[in-house]
Design a protein around this ligand. Structure first.
Ligand SMILES: [Zn+2]
Length: 304
């Protein structure tokens, strides 16, 4: 599943590409996962994209009609933007991101008018004057929601998300930890209601940087460890965005290039490789249904 840096990279690339374009139509065969909340295709026709943004792992396409399109890629979603000249693609690597679109995994097609002539016939990729954003999802876990822009907060999904992992202040982070005494720290970091955007990769990376064992109870962390954890998470998230997202599960960024972050990963998927600090082989252990990667020497479960 894409984590915060990967979704940030997709949203940023799309923002450069579709900001200012006008929505011509939306085609979809996915009524079960397409939530209109009382709006219809008609309401979005002619809407100009003002910004593409991200909240947690959700991509937000904001429009000048005060309507926002929310897209969650979940496990197997991909977003592919195609115009006459180029394609930008991000998300799950299957089917390959360079396949012709639309294809049988295409659930939703957003048709944009680039200011050129349009046609009332079914608009195809490459047709003059139009471009397309395809939401493909082989396993159909993702979803699209249409909401009124000002009312994002009452939208039930977003309401459940905790503060954004990149935006949360240190004070807020440590306050929220204070009530979670017995919970294992890695499990808590991956809980989207605690903080939004962190999954298996960046919890491993943040904990390695802070020298904290993933199974430690939150209540056992010292003030200096909490500070180091906050710093470690921020650093690994920012580095990943800078490097174009991770290439875990063969993730590709919206420019179609494999993300480079994992070249810089210190713990995640480094099982058996020497710890960059002390040389001890990185260990992997099942924990709460996920694999935790950590240095058994630097990250002691029962520190003295
Ligand atoms: Zn180590």
């Amino acid at each position: 599943m894409p984590e915060l840096p990967e979704v940030t990279v997709i949203a940023n690339s799309l923002n450069k590409k579709i900001k200012g374009l006008t929505l011509e139509s939306i085609e979809y065969d996915w009524p079960k996962k397409f939530f209109w909340n009382g709006f219809s295709v008609k309401d979005l026709k002619g809407a100009k994209v003002t910004k593409v943004d991200r909240r947690g792992k959700v991509v937000l396409i904001e429009t000048d009609k005060n309507i926002t399109i929310l897209i969650h890629l979940k496990l197997t979603g991909q977003l592919i933007y195609q115009d006459k000249k180029m394609r930008i693609a991000g998300g799950h690597p299957l089917p390959p991101l360079n396949l012709p679109v639309p294809n049988k995994t295409t659930r939703v097609t957003f048709v944009f008018n680039n200011g050129g002539p349009t046609s009332s016939v079914r608009l195809r990729s490459g047709l003059r004057g139009t471009s397309h954003l395809y939401f493909n999802d082989i396993r159909k876990f993702g979803w699209v929601r249409i909401v009124e822009s000002g009312k994002l907060k009452v939208e039930s999904f977003l309401e459940k998300l905790g503060p954004d992992a990149l935006e949360i202040s240190f004070e807020n982070f440590s306050q929220r930890l204070a009530s979670k005494g017995k919970v294992r720290i890695k499990k808590l970091l991956m809980d989207q209601t605690f903080v939004a955007g962190i999954g298996n990769i960046y919890s491993d990376e943040g904990l390695w940087r802070a020298k904290i064992h993933p199974a430690r109870a939150v209540g056992s962390l010292s003030d200096s460890e909490i500070k180091a954890l906050y710093k470690g998470l921020q650093e690994s998230l920012k580095l990943a965005i800078e490097k174009g997202g991770s290439s875990a599960n063969s993730f590709v960024d919206s420019g179609g290039e494999a993300g480079l972050f994992l070249t810089f990963a210190k713990a995640y998927h480094m099982t058996g490789k020497p710890c960059a600090r002390c040389g001890t082989p990185i260990a992997r252990k099942k924990m709460d249904g996920r694999s935790a990667h950590f240095c058994p020497a630097c990250q002691q479960q029962f520190p003295k």
